[in-house]
Write a protein that binds this ligand. Structure first.
Ligand code: ATP
Ligand code: MG
Length: 179
């Protein structure tokens, strides 16, 4: 089995900038700079045949190239605890369109529907045991975060290996978007 997800890779310069948002938050595990990405579709553990089918399907995706601008920061929470901190994405119809194409494509390749709305973001940190009140400073400090748009000419298929020190990602395939 291989744990897969489809993502937009974030350019090195922007990953560096995002790394600058790191702060002192108890319980936060900050994503390593090389791992920062924008997930389009988490696929989870799939067997080799399913991975081949996904690769074949994704290689046929056509969607226009686009620009993505990161803007703002936010958090996911459940039961009063912060689960993740993220950088947001400016509203973007082309990105929604691309994600819909990816969703349709992976479903045609046999994946079950994800069953929740796409909420584009770049995860900056995952948190354990962090109360929402502990991130007020982070949210206030970075509410004005905004980065220039970056071009998206391809989407990538990554595998993820969960280790003690966090996940290791490997780019398994790149699917260029047509001109
Ligand atoms: P860790 O799970 O060890 O904290 P990670 O979340 O970076 O590491 P994965 O769990 O393999 O590694 O996730 C890969 C990508 O897919 C990440 O962007 C993650 O946020 C996203 N992801 C993981 N699980 C889901 C899910 N159930 N639904 C949507 N996206 C998910
Ligand atoms: Mg995870």
């Amino acid at each position: 089995m291989i744990r897969l997800f489809v993502a937009i890779s974030v350019p090195e310069m922007l990953r560096q900038r995002l790394s600058g948002l790191r702060g002192q938050i108890p319980g936060a595990r900050w994503v390593r700079p090389e791992n920062l990405h924008l997930t389009l579709r988490f696929l989870g553990d799939v067997d080799e045949d399913a991975a081949d089918d996904l690769d074949a399907a994704l290689s046929r995706i056509t969607a226009p190239r686009l620009q993505v601008a990161l803007s703002g920061v936010g958090h996911f929470a459940s039961r009063g605890q912060v689960r993740g901190l993220w950088a947001g994405v400016e509203p973007n119809d082309a990105l929604e369109h691309l994600q819909t194409k990816v969703e349709i494509t992976v479903q045609r390749a046999g994946m079950a529907p994800i069953g929740r709305r796409f909420h584009p973001h770049v995860t900056l940190a995952r948190c354990n045991d962090t109360r929402v009140s502990r991130i007020d400073g982070f949210l206030a400090e970075h509410s004005g975060f905004r980065a220039p748009p970056f071009p998206v000419d391809a989407i990538d298929l990554y595998s993820s290996t969960l280790g003690r020190e966090g996940a290791y990602y490997t780019r398994e395939a790149t699917y260029p978007l047509p001109d």
